[in-house]
Design a protein around this ligand. Sequence first.
Ligand SMILES: [Zn+2]
Length: 77
Amino acid sequence: MEVYVRKEVQAFEYVSFTEFKNEDELDFCCEKLKKYVSIVKAWSGKIGKFCIVEKDVLTPIDYCPFCGEKIEYISVE
Ligand SMILES: [Zn+2]
């Protein structure tokens, strides 16, 4: 699946990443990930990736933990 990410620099050191598309428009690789993202706040604006959230620990994912498909993060200007 492809996730479009827009990098936003608010100040010299503060950078945040915004999902280019919202959840409804995003083409999820599988229903499980779609469900996970809607239940857990899985998008990290700091990292710019979807994350597996365990308590306060965010682990960014490059592959879907449910179906194994690669998640491509494509930056958009
Ligand atoms: Zn998947």
